[in-house]
Design a binder for this molecule. Sequence first.
Ligand code: HEM
Length: 324
Amino acid sequence: MDPLSTATIFLLFCLACLVFFVTRHKSSGTEKLPPGPFPLPIIGNLLQLYTLFPSFMELIPGPHHRLPKNFCRLQQFALDEINEHKSTFDPSAPQDVIDFFFIKMKEEGQNDNTEFSFDNLITTVVDLFAAGTETTSTTLRYGLLILMKYPQVQEKMQEEIDRVVGRTRSPCMADRGQMPYTDAIVHEIQRFIALIPMSLPHAVVKDTKFREYIIPKGTTIYPTLSSVLHDSTEFPNPNGFDPHHFLNKDGTFRKSNHFMPFSAGKRLCAGEGMARMELFLFWTTILQNFTLKPLMDPKTLDITPQFSSLGNVPKPYLLCALPR
Ligand code: HEM
């Protein structure tokens, strides 16, 4: 038997076991678990298969082979940045998170239990880079597609930009308070696309009572942000793109506690403030200078995601940026 078939049979066996245990656990009924989309535990466990049996995954062809190689490149990038910072480091004038980490490393000295180790510095840089680039760039790309589909939305944003910012200076964050329509569109794009629909997995640190359910200590939970972002009791047109979701009748900005694309609680996105600044400044600067047009009838543009699993990614598209 060739190695590929062995691996396939092994994977099928693992899947069968997972399905068996999940259904058995569900029907045993000793503990009442909250309802949720059935496949989620299986998805989580499939990802764990890669960690548990890397050599089997190596036998299976597919794009996942690029993962370790790309991760090493990312670590090397972080290392190069850290080394460059070492050569310019001035403790009296720290420039960024790497410089502040150096200061903490020095303060901690010989403490063996410190979190401020060199390994953690590399991991922190990689984490911030990975969490901060793909998220914002995909949101920006998705937003441009939506703006092309709705030319009347673009027009209204451009009117507001021209009135508040004008054409001679760049938009800045102080403008946002006077731009309720643009602010509403930025929120609605993020609500509509629900970029990270299941947030990140969390674990329950102690047995937790939630409504009439007990969630046992150690259970992995996925806080499904999309269920809140697409809640019809708060957003009347939950699956459509509708600027009125964040606008009051008099045109002022309508705040909603259901707006949580960055998650909620203690571990919500560490880069929320930065990401929201980036989205506002990029989109307003682009529309201040360009009108976005598709190569086809805007009505036929498909704004449903290409993939929808851990992230919602837009389908590839062509865009014309016409100078204003
Ligand atoms: C549109 C852009 C972004 C979205 C939608 C987004 C969304 C999220 C979400 C849903 C989480 C999971 C929170 C949780 O575990 O409950 C998260 C975590 C995180 N994000 Fe973002 N993010 C964005 C941009 C950024 C940027 C620009 C940075 C940094 C420069 C960043 C850094 C992080 C970090 C470090 C975490 C982990 C926080 C922790 O576990 O304590 N994110 N983000």
